[in-house]
Design a protein around this ligand. Structure first.
Ligand SMILES: NC(=O)c1ccc[n+]([C@@H]2O[C@H](COP(=O)([O-])OP(=O)(O)OC[C@H]3O[C@@H](n4cnc5c(N)ncnc54)[C@H](OP(=O)(O)O)[C@@H]3O)[C@@H](O)[C@H]2O)c1
Length: 239
């Protein structure tokens, strides 16, 4: 077994978009991958080193026990935890229901706190490991119709900054990757999407490549944050 084949990367939101591309790239690189999402029915990964667990990460009351069970079942060194699952609910604040607000904050922020908290003792005991968050350009600047989504991503970024300081001495690194528009099913239920030109959106594979650079960096260094943007920011309304 190669060195990488004896290391596990845990990817949340592995059933679609960025998380799916990350999982495929990690598998190509030789890692074992454990994917977490609600529904893997449509996910096109058929690889001996891929396993998956179906879990609704917005079910905050049940999440700690479910993640504890996953952590207890891990019998390989954990190379990295990728906190990537997320949803977008966009609109002027008064158009968002309390349910929408809870869903976004629970899925995009609170669930990542719970998952990270569950994995930290294992990572600190190992004395190494990466915790990587998929942030967003919305973690850097607020924008119209994105109040709650931005709040969730700002929260992730602040959490990650503090955690980085807490974890350095134990050898655990914390990174936030902040993409601009990425062409994924994220936009399926939104009223807008990136422009159709190639330079109007990042491809999920671009982020997956960046992830490999992050987790394979020399252990004494850490990528604090990485921002990837489409060359030209163009959004279009859907008909
Ligand atoms: N696309 C963009 O332009 C963009 C830009 C910046 C940042 N991001 C961020 O990138 C991350 C991935 O988004 P994406 O673009 O790849 O979108 P996507 O294709 O819609 O993927 C979202 C992933 O999150 C999972 N997920 C959503 N709700 C979940 C829940 N309650 N429990 C468990 N898993 C859940 C989904 O799986 P299931 O539906 O199977 O549960 C799916 O695997 C998100 O954090 C998003 O905020 C996206």
């Amino acid at each position: 077994m190669s060195d990488k084949a004896s290391q596990l990367v845990v990817v949340t939101g592995a059933s679609s978009g960025i998380g799916l591309a990350m999982s495929k790239t990690l598998l190509e690189q030789g890692y074992q991958v454990l994917g977490i999402a609600r529904d893997f029915e449509q996910t096109s990964i058929d690889h001996k080193n891929f396993s998956c667990t179906s879990l609704d990460m917005s079910d905050i009351d049940k999440l700690p026990a479910a993640i504890a069970e996953i952590v207890a079942g891990i019998n390989l060194p954990v190379k990295a935890l990728i906190n990537n699952a997320g949803v977008g609910k966009m609109g002027n604040l008064e158009q968002l229901s309390i349910k929408d607000i809870r869903l976004v904050m629970d899925t995009n922020f609170i669930s990542h706190v719970i998952v990270t908290k569950s994995f930290l003792p294992l990572l600190k005991k190992q004395g190494h490991g990466d915790i990587v968050f998929t942030g967003s350009e919305a973690a850097l600047k607020g924008s119209r119709q994105g109040s709650i989504y931005c709040a969730s991503k700002f929260a992730v970024r602040g959490f990650a900054q503090a955690l980085r300081e807490e974890c350095g001495k134990s050898g655990v690194r914390v990174t936030v990757i902040n993409p601009g528009a990425v062409r994924t099913p994220f936009f399926d239920e939104l009223h807008f999407e990136p422009g159709s030109e190639q330079e109007n959106a990042i491809e999920p594979e671009d982020i997956a490549k960046m992830l490999i650079t992050v987790i394979e960096a020399r252990p004494g260094t850490v990528f604090d944050e990485i921002t990837l943007s489409p060359l030209n920011h163009v959004w279009q309304r859907k008909r």
